[in-house]
Write a protein that binds this ligand. Structure first.
Ligand SMILES: [Fe+2]
Length: 236
């Protein structure tokens, strides 16, 4: 899928390049301040050792890339790309993997994430049902995120470049995560993935699910009405 961006691989991480890039970034200190990390102690030790490590960046392709902007204006669907670095929030080689803050949509719309490069986990928490789902994603995989879930990305053994399609009016509620994080964190412990239970949450069940390869990004440019329906938007 040619979104008009160039993805560069640098070791375990990725960067993206395009004309008039527009975005914002989050670093470790903010995740500590807002109390969304699994172990504040490990996070503060990392901060002390490595400084305010850059965790992820979000680029709003729909603002400046002509073909994306045109389709976004036509449909009301935003296309953002998240570049999540690889890393562990710890000074040892075991700990919580780097993640995005996480949010819930303010208005009930779904979202589609497509992994353009690297490796990631999408975790989504349905608070009413007290269930959390973790999905491992490889290049080309996509996941449909439910309108009611609180969702977050974790990196895998590499960083990740993820494209998201979401209605502009969906809105981001970060307070759903602030001060508590998510019910489970994705860890790398002795080279193996591991899900650790966050004791701020009680009795949340964890389901592991599979991603599927999909072509929603292509469909967005071909027959956008289909994507509008998928995301729960009313047709024109
Ligand atoms: Fe979202």
């Amino acid at each position: 899928m040619d979104l008009g961006i160039e993805i560069k691989e640098q070791g375990k991480n990725y960067s993206i390049n395009y004309e008039n890039a527009s975005g914002w970034r989050r670093s470790l200190s903010r995740l500590i301040e807002d109390n969304v990390v699994f172990s504040p102690k490990d996070a503060r030790e990392l901060l002390k050792k490595e400084g305010d490590v850059f965790i992820y960046e979000v680029y709003n392709l729909w603002k400046t890339i002509p073909k994306v902007k045109e389709m976004s204006e036509k449909t009301g669907i935003n296309c953002d790309v998240t570049v999540l670095n690889y890393g562990i929030i710890s000074t040892s080689d075991s700990g919580e993997l780097f993640f995005t803050y996480g949010h819930k949509h303010e208005r009930g719309y779904a979202e589609v994430y497509t992994l353009l490069a690297g490796e990631a986990f999408l975790i989504s928490y349905e608070e009413e049902r007290q269930r959390m789902t973790a999905i491992h994603m490889e290049e080309g995989d996509e996941v449909l995120i439910s309108p009611t879930s609180i969702h977050r990305l974790y990196c895998g053994r590499k960083g990740a470049v993820v494209a998201g399609l979401v209605p502009r009016e969906a809105g981001h509620d970060y307070n759903a995560v602030k001060g508590r994080g998510m019910p489970y964190g994705v860890f790398l412990s002795d080279g193996k993935y591991d899900y650790q239970k966050n004791h701020k949450f009680k009795d949340v069940e964890l389901d592991l699910s599979e991603a599927s390869s999909g072509r929603t990004l292509e469909i967005f440019f071909e027959t956008p009405e289909e994507v509008k329906r998928l995301l729960g938007m009313k047709s024109l």
